[in-house]
Write a protein that binds this ligand. Structure first.
Ligand code: GDP
Ligand code: IMO
Ligand code: MG
Length: 428
C-alpha cells in the first residue's frame, strides 16, 4: 500500500538502481519522475550487470509495471536502444513499460545545443553528459517543447517541429557558428521511433493514481541527486530537473498526501562527476584508492568520478529538503581496510565554522571541511546481511552518520548484488 520515493542524497550515483531493484521485489509499480538518459543506474543480478538509463530499475522483475513519468525527458532512440538491449538479454519489455504522453522529447537540436553551449563555456563548463537534458527542459519551461503524446498526431508534431527548428537554426548559426537542422529529416526519423514506441505511450497519471487507490505498492525512482537538483543543488553546477522528493509529485502527477516514505540513498563516502564545488574531495592517494576500490567511473559516460569522504553537512541539507524518513547507506564494503575514516561535520570559511550548507556558490567552493576521525575496520563487510555481523567500527560508523544527519539507516548495502544488504526496516 505505501508509496515510497527513492532519491539520491548526494551528487548522484549513490546506488539508487541497486536499491530500487531490491525494493521492487514487493512493488507493483516502479516509476521514474525526472531526468533522462543522463542517468546510469546499475543493477547486478548474479553475474549479470544491467545499466538502466531511462527505464526504471524495476524492469528486471516480472509482473512489475514500469512508468516513465511526465517529468522525464525522453530521447526516443536511446529509449528504443535500451528496450532492445534488455530484450536481447531475455528481459520482456512490452506493455510492462509505459511512457507518459506529457513527457518531453529530447530532439537532435537539444543535443547539439547542449554540446555547443558547453564548448562555448570553456573552463566554466558544467561537464554535462551531453545528452541534451538542459535545452530540453528549457523548451519545456518556455512552453515550446514537443511531448511524447505529440508523436501520435503527426501534423501537430510537424507544426511544432518546424517552429522550433526555425528558432534553433538561427541560434546554432549565429551564436555557435554551426549547421542547422532539417525539420523534414527529423520528422522522418521520429516517425520511425513512433512506430516502435506507440504501444508504450499512455496516460500514466491515471494509471499510477488508480494503482495507489487500489492499495498497490508503488515505488518512485529518482535520478541524479539532491545536490544536482535545479533548485536545491549546487547551482549552476546541477542538472536541469527536480531531483528531490518534491519532484516525484509533479513529475508523475501524484498528490503529496499520497506519499508514505522518502528514502535517501547515501553512499558511505562522496562522489561527483562533472564540475562544481565538492568540499570533501580528495586529490591524493586515498581518493585514488576509493575510486579504484569503488569502481567509481561513470555508468553513462565512463568518466572517472571525483571521490572524497562522507559529508554530513550536505546530507543534513538533503534530509531537510527531501523530508527523508530513512537512509540507505551503500558501498560500506568499499571502506573495508582503511585504518581511519573521516566524516565531515562542518566547514571552515574565512575562520568561521559553518554547520549548514551555504547557498552562495562563492562561499561553498571555498569551504574547508572540518573532520571527525573514526577508527576503520580491517575485516571484510562484503555481502554481510546482518547488522550484528558487521565489525564494531563499521557499526559505529553507521550510528555516527545517523546521529549527525538525524535520520535512521533503514538499509545498509554491502555489495553490488541484489541481496548483498542488511535490511533494518521493511518498506512495503
Ligand atoms: P545510481 O546512479 O545511483 O543507480 O548508481 P550507479 O549505478 O551509477 O553507481 C553505483 C555503483 O555502485 C554501481 O556500479 C553499483 O553496482 C555499485 N553498488 C551499489 N551498491 C553497492 C554496494 O553496496 N557495494 C558495492 N561494492 N557496490 C555497490
Ligand atoms: P544518476 O541518476 C551523477 C551530472 C553531470 C553534470 C551535471 C549536469 O546515475 O545518479 P546533465 O547532462 O544532466 O545536464 O549534466 O549533472 N549528472 C550526473 N552525475 N549521476 C547522474 O545520474 C547524473 N546525471 C547528470 O555529470 O555534472
Ligand atoms: Mg549513476
Amino acid at each position: 500500500m505505501p508509496v515510497v520515493i527513492v532519491v539520491g542524497a548526494q551528487w548522484g550515483d549513490e546506488g539508487k538502481g541497486k536499491v530500487v531493484d531490491y525494493l521492487t521485489k514487493k512493488a507493483e509499480i516502479v516509476a521514474r519522475f525526472q531526468g533522462g538518459h543522463n542517468a546510469g543506474h546499475t543493477v547486478v543480478i548474479k553475474d549479470k550487470k544491467y545499466v538502466l538509463h531511462l527505464i526504471p530499475s524495476g524492469i528486471l522483475h516480472k509482473g512489475t509495471t514500469c512508468i516513465i513519468g511526465n517529468g522525464v525527458v525522453v530521447e526516443p532512440s536511446a529509449l528504443i536502444g535500451e528496450i532492445e538491449g534488455l530484450r536481447a538479454k531475455g528481459i520482456p519489455v512490452k506493455k510492462n513499460l509505459l511512457v507518459s504522453k506529457n513527457a518531453h522529447l529530447i530532439m537532435p537540436y537539444h543535443i547539439a545545443l547542449d554540446k555547443a553551449c558547453e564548448t562555448s563555456k570553456g573552463k566554466k563548463s558544467i561537464g554535462t553528459t551531453g545528452r541534451g537534458i538542459g535545452p530540453t527542459y528549457v523548451d519545456k519551461m518556455a512552453r515550446s517543447g514537443i511531448r511524447v503524446g505529440d508523436l501520435l498526431t503527426p501534423e501537430l508534431f510537424m507544426e511544432k517541429l518546424q517552429a522550433n527548428v526555425r528558432h534553433v537554426n538561427v541560434l546554432l548559426k549565429n551564436l555557435y557558428n554551426q549547421k542547422g537542422f532539417s525539420a523534414k529529416k527529423i520528422f522522418d526519423e521520429y516517425a520511425g521511433y513512433t512506430r516502435k514506441l506507440s504501444v508504450h505511450i499512455a496516460d500514466t497519471d491515471l494509471i499510477i493514481n488508480r494503482a495507489i487507490a487500489a492499495g498497490k505498492n508503488v515505488l518512485l525512482e529518482g535520478a541524479q541527486g539532491t545536490l544536482l537538483d535545479i533548485d536545491h543543488g549546487t547551482y549552476p553546477f546541477v542538472t536541469s530537473s527536480s531531483a528531490v522528493a518534491g519532484g516525484a509529485c509533479t513529475g508523475l502527477g501524484i498528490g503529496p498526501t499520497k506519499i508514505s516514505k522518502v528514502l535517501g540513498i547515501v553512499k558511505a563516502y562522496t562522489t561527483r562527476v562533472g564540475s562544481g564545488p565538492f568540499p570533501t574531495e580528495l586529490h591524493d592517494a586515498t581518493g585514488e584508492l576509493i575510486r579504484e576500490k569503488g569502481g567509481e567511473f561513470g555508468a553513462t559516460t565512463g568518466r572517472p568520478r571525483r571521490c572524497g569522504w562522507l559529508d554530513t553537512v550536505i546530507l543534513k541539507h538533503a534530509a531537510m529538503i527531501n523530508g527523508l524518513s530513512g537512509m540507505v547507506i551503500t558501498k560500506l564494503d568499499i571502506l573495508d581496510g582503511f585504518s581511519t575514516i573521516k566524516i565531515c561535520t562542518g566547514y571552515r570559511y574565512r575562520g568561521k565554522l559553518l554547520t549548514e550548507m551555504p547557498k552562495e556558490l562563492g562561499i561553498f567552493e571555498n569551504c574547508i571541511p572540518v573532520y571527525e576521525e573514526m577508527a576503520g575496520w580491517q575485516g571484510s563487510t562484503a555481502g554481510i546481511s546482518s547488522f550484528s555481523k558487521l565489525p564494531k567500527e563499521a557499526r559505529a560508523y553507521i550510528k555516527r552518520i545517523e546521529e549527525l544527519v538525524g535520520v535512521r539507516a533503514d538499509i545498509i548495502s554491502t555489495g553490488q548484488k541484489r541481496d548483498e544488504l542488511i535490511t533494518l526496516r521493511e518498506h512495503f
